[in-house]
Design a protein around this ligand. Structure first.
Ligand SMILES: CC(C)(COP(=O)(O)OP(=O)(O)OC[C@H]1O[C@@H](n2cnc3c(N)ncnc32)[C@H](O)[C@@H]1OP(=O)(O)O)[C@@H](O)C(=O)NCCC(=O)NCCS
Length: 173
């Protein structure tokens, strides 16, 4: 269990899968995470969350607020020799009205990655039309490292994907 200022991150358990699945099924969350989300079902959810490159590890946490699961965050491609990892997904249940949970969960996982896992670099991808997540990275001091043009085709159009990165020495907390 990792304690943030506002949220707690807990390793995902089997009984959390349905809640996480229901969050992903919402219009606000699913398409922001993946253009292949329509193929996802409850049976394939574990594989979807724990996707990681060969030779790397992966951790999946539920985000808890007031003892309730309100979202999830994944740290994928954890490379213990290169000391880097990927913020694969982060999501907050859109029906949860409490503010700043996403921001707090992101800060909590960054603290954990740099100060507990001793990582040096984190990176994340987000679709260009995802204003909220791009703002979260930008305002959090992440560096915009590039744009993958026309990365995916979704709902009849090509969409770009932004690459964000942050080094341990750049992170202000
Ligand atoms: C993206 C997402 C996780 C953000 O979480 P959230 O709980 O909605 O957002 P928060 O309330 O924590 O924070 C966002 C706000 O903090 C602001 N903020 C971001 N970084 C900040 C910082 N370092 N300091 C102060 N404020 C900051 C943002 O500008 C934003 O302000 P606004 O409410 O005026 O728009 C959430 O909207 C979500 O689940 N979206 C769908 C899934 C998704 O897009 N995931 C990302 C792709 S993997």
């Amino acid at each position: 269990m990792i304690k943030g200022r506002k949220v707690i991150l807990d390793s995902i358990q089997e009984q959390d899968l349905l809640t996480v699945y229901n969050i992903i099924q919402t219009e606000d969350v699913g398409p922001a995470l993946s253009t292949t989300v329509k193929e996802l079902n409850l049976a394939s959810l574990g594989k979807f969350l724990f996707t990681t490159e060969p030779g790397t590890e992966c951790k999946v946490f539920v985000i808890k607020y007031n003892d309730e699961v309100v979202g999830f965050v994944t740290l994928n491609n954890i490379h213990t020799i290169r000391h880097n990892a990927y913020i694969g997904m982060i999501a907050i249940d859109p029906t949860c009205k409490e503010k700043l949970l996403g921001l707090n969960a992101l800060r909590t996982i960054i603290d954990y990655a740099f100060n507990y896992l001793n990582l040096h670099r984190l990176y994340g991808h987000t679709f260009s039309n995802n204003k909220r997540m791009n703002a979260l990275y930008d305002r959090g001091g992440w560096i915009h490292e590039g744009t993958e043009r026309e990365y995916a085709f979704y709902d009849g159009e090509w969409i770009d994907r932004e690459i964000w990165g942050i080094l341990r020495t750049e992170y202000k907390g």
